[in-house]
Each structure stands twice: as C-alpha cells, then as structure tokens.
Design a binder for this molecule. Structure first.
Ligand code: URA
Length: 231
C-alpha cells in the first residue's frame, strides 16, 4: 500500500476534514473479531493528523478500555514523561495500538486479531502521514517490521521504509516491570529526538543520510514484501 503523494511529489495531501473522526467511528463499531464481545469500548487512537510522529503500542489495557483512549494508565504516564523529556506532547503526535480492543486479562494479541485490525492501522498511517513511527514493544515490532530481529537487539535502531523512519523501542510497560530497561528506553527516545532534529534542520523531505540504512547491524534486509506489512 503506497502513501499517497501530493501533486508536487512531496508530502501527501492533508486528510479531508472529518476523515479521522469517521475512521474512529468505524473502529468503535467494529465487530471483525471476537474481542468486540468482551471490550467495554474500542480504543481507536488519539492526537492530531497529520503529525510528524506516530506511536504504535500493543493493545488497550484496563484503563484504556474504560476511558476509550490509548496509553492512559501507568504505561501511558511513563510515555507522557518520555515524550516530555524530548520536547513532545501527546497533543502533537498520534497514538494508537496494533489492536483497538482490549484482550481479556491483557493476554497477548492473537494473530487473527492483529490481522483483523491491521487495515485500520494502515488507514490511520495514511491519515497521519508520519515522518517517524515509534514502534513500542515486541508485538508492534512483529506486526510492523516482521523479520528484523528481536526487540532486545533492534531497539533504538532506525528502519527506513518508503521514506518513513520506523524506530523500535521497548514498551513502557516492560520498563515499569524491569527498571533496567528504563535507561535503554530513555536512550531510544533521545535517538528519536536526534533524528527529528536532523530531519527538521535539513528541512528535508528525505530521511537524513545517516538513517537511510535499514538498521545498523549490517545485515541484509529481508525482501521488501517481508519488511513491513503496514505500507
Ligand atoms: N499498552 C499498550 O500497548 N497500549 C495502551 O494503550 C496501553 C498500554
């Protein structure tokens, strides 16, 4: 799925007024998988479109299911802090999850649930038109950058796909359970800031030179079709 380009061949044209709200309404009414039967409500996403930065987590938890908003529990508070530390606020970015409905007891997403939800993530991606996508945790990584390696190895690296930088980071919830990961997470967010600074200072439509290689481990990237199921 290609990102639509504007007539000038640069950034895609901005979303039509109301497009995001219509997509959110579709997601709230979704019954494509069994999770609709156990959710309190679906959690489409929050923030602005278009946005330079899109953040994708795993799935709503208890608090998100009650409030209908992503990342509003303890992991969300840590995410807010990490964003604030790099000069961003949740109002400036767009935040969503691979799954839009809470799995019972916060169990891992099942493959067919993620497949059912993926078209919504693709549509959100088209509306947000991000320059950088923060991929939080191993489930989002598996869906968005399949085959690149485990999160423990690729966190903090930058994978450029169709001109967009995908940046895997540990999930904030993982850092809440294992304090040793917090330092890595903060460093990963610092790299995001550095990347955005370079992007803005070069005033470029292209990713900065140093970020064009797919990952920094020197390995051959998998074929394009395996790299990213999102775009
Ligand atoms: N964890 C996630 O992955 N997403 C949320 O929205 C909340 C917690």
């Amino acid at each position: 799925m290609a990102v639509p380009a504007s007539a000038e061949g640069g950034r895609p044209s901005p979303p039509e007024p109301g497009e995001l709200e219509r997509l959110h309404a579709r997601i709230r009414a979704c019954t494509l998988c069994g999770l609709h039967a156990t959710r309190t409500q679906a959690v489409p996403g929050s923030g602005r479109v278009p946005a330079e930065v899109m953040i994708v987590g795993e799935a709503p938890g208890f608090n998100e299911d009650v409030q209908g908003l992503p990342f509003v529990g303890p992991a969300g508070r840590l995410l807010d802090t990490l964003l604030r530390q790099i000069g961003l606020s949740r109002e400036e970015v767009y935040i969503t999850n691979v799954l839009k409905c809470r799995p019972p007891q916060n169990r891992d997403p099942l493959p067919h649930e993620a497949e059912a939800c993926l078209p919504y993530l693709r549509l959100q991606f088209k509306l947000v038109q991000p320059r950088a996508v923060l991929v939080l945790g191993r489930h989002a990584l598996e869906r968005m950058l399949p085959g690149v390696g485990p999160i423990s190895r690729v966190h903090g690296q930058i994978f450029v796909r169709s001109g967009v930088a995908f940046m895997p980071c540990y999930h904030p919830a993982a850092a809440l359970h294992n304090a040793a990961l917090l330092d890595d997470l903060q460093k990963d967010f610092d790299r995001v800031r550095e990347y955005l600074d370079r992007l803005l200072s070069e005033g470029s439509k292209e990713p900065p030179e140093a970020a064009r290689d797919p990952g920094s481990d020197g390995a051959e990237p998998p074929p394009e079709a395996e790299q990213l199921s999102l775009i």
